[in-house]
Design a protein around this ligand. Structure first.
Ligand SMILES: Nc1ncnc2c1ncn2[C@@H]1O[C@H](COP(=O)(O)OP(=O)(O)OP(=O)(O)O)[C@@H](O)[C@H]1O
Ligand SMILES: [Mg+2]
Length: 176
């Protein structure tokens, strides 16, 4: 029996850009297609796999390394890993790409002002008041992906439209 080809869909973008929203939509869609899916969300990971890590460059890199390790394992056994983490550093994302192989990077693009306006968790307000340090976009860098497989502009598209672009890419590459 030939196994399915595993792959990782890696969502990167500013806080509030829409990574978790789109990752959940993609998860539901792939499950409906009977794929084995594992969604690895930054917030949840930091409560389990990477508990205790902070937001220095070193800790962010370690956070990504561990998540990439799990995503690589899921991919290797033919599953679909859906990763939704800010992952602000190009180097870390490229290391993950190299390790995982079938790597689909989605740049969840949204202007900082729109993300800060949405502020779904109230964290931008806290960061601007100086109550949170090292907050990506406000007091910590975010390096835009240079060659992502897909770019979604969440200030201009509906989540369903963004999802359609991602599914379309996965179909074109015969992952679905
Ligand atoms: N096209 C779109 N795609 C995704 N989210 C959108 C879109 N348009 C509007 N939104 C809204 O933007 C917000 C994005 O919040 P979400 O928690 O998904 O961001 P996030 O990138 O996971 O942030 P964080 O890094 O803090 O976890 C939601 O309230 C969502 O409804
Ligand atoms: Mg999120």
């Amino acid at each position: 029996m030939q196994g399915k080809t595993g792959f990782t869909v890696w969502f990167t973008g500013l806080p509030g850009a829409g990574k978790t929203t789109l990752a959940k939509l993609l998860e539901a869609s792939l499950r409906q297609q009977r794929l084995s899916v594992e969604r690895l969300d930054g917030d949840e990971m930091r409560h389990h796999l990477t508990q205790g890590l902070g937001f220095t460059r070193e800790d962010r890199e370690e956070n990504i390394r561990r998540i990439a390790y799990v995503a690589a394992s899921v991919t290797r056994v033919g599953g679909a890993a859906i990763v939704a983490v800010i992952s602000p550093y190009s180097q870390s994302r490229n290391d993950a790409r190299g390790q995982i192989g079938n790597f689909v990077e989605i740049f969840v693009r949204c202007p900082l002002s729109v993300c800060a306006e949405r502020d779904p968790k109230g964290l931008y307000a806290q960061a601007y008041r100086g109550e949170i340090l090292n907050f990506t976009g406000v007091s910590d860098p975010y390096e835009d992906p240079l060659k992502p497989e897909v770019i979604v502009d969440t200030d201009q598209e509906s989540p369903q439209h963004s999802l359609g672009k991602i599914i379309g890419y996965l179909q074109a590459k015969h992952f679905l």
